[in-house]
Design a protein around this ligand. Sequence first.
Ligand code: ADP
Ligand code: TRP
Length: 321
Amino acid sequence: MRILSGIQPSGSLHLGNYFGMMKPAIELQDQGEAFYFIANYHSMTSLVDPQARRSNTLDVALDFLACGLNPSKTVFFRQSDVPEVTELAWILTTVTPMGLLERCHSYKDKIARGISPSHGLFAYPVLMAADILLYDSNVVPVGRDQKQHVEVTRDIAIKFNETYGQTFVIPEERIREDVASVPGIDGQKMSKSYGNAIEIFGEEKPLRKRIMSLVMDSRSPQEPKPDADKNIAIQLLKLVAPPEVSKDYEDRLRAGGLGYGDLKKALFEHYWNSFAAARAKRAELVADLPYVERVLAEGAAKARTLAQKVLKRARIASGLE
Ligand code: ADP
Ligand code: TRP
């Protein structure tokens, strides 16, 4: 089984990225041949600062390795180190119906948030299809917001296969329902671009402040809260604390008597401690950046060998060769 996923270097990675995508992806490393990459071509649709792209790319590499990506099991690379993906994206655009892209929520959402509607932003799902199909991927671990993009990939692969003969493997998304959409500090889906994210790595003081600013209602501590399971701090605590601990807080909130301030303090402590080992690992990696570069270069070389093979298949099928 080949497993593939990507993450954009468009800002600091957060708990939604970690629990929705990175942790499931890291756990899948042992169940097949995993290919994970940093989607820097995709980031060009929303980020135009070259220096920010460079430093975010390095940060994603550090974050992923610190969180447990094992480069001796997994092929880890920068998307742009395998430029074959852009040729495949062109080939795929020619069999992609306009209507398929016009229906994509993510395009509409991004425009609504003020990202400029470039052709790249519109064609984003085609490049993502190329990422997936270029490596004969079977399984794509992602958060719920990417489900439609994997469905589009399947439609494009089927269309190509119908047009030019059996060429591509049809992939499937793998979404862990318990963490499919992690809430941010305002209760909406946590996202780099909504300003509601809690970073995986960062300075203690601002992160403590951020967690203390979680939006709660105005009920008094004494008041029982029958909807305790809907509380954002409880939902986040379930991710970072052992189940008996989060259950205890949830029960106390439900019964009344637990103040939101105390709940948030507990959330911060558990969050901070749960990433202590990863933080230490990240500091080691920062001290050895040539190692990180080597990992990405070796990953790119392996990815490229497979990419060239699959691209050739598509070129022959479509009569380019
Ligand atoms: P963002 O929305 O912050 O820009 P990305 O689009 O780069 O995040 O997402 C990278 C990966 O993390 C994707 O697989 C996405 O589904 C997952 N992800 C992002 N935010 C969340 C969230 N709040 N809950 C669950 N998964 C998420
Ligand atoms: N679109 C994905 C996101 O924003 C990133 C991505 C690019 C991706 N190519 C991919 C994810 C291929 C999975 C497979 O999160």
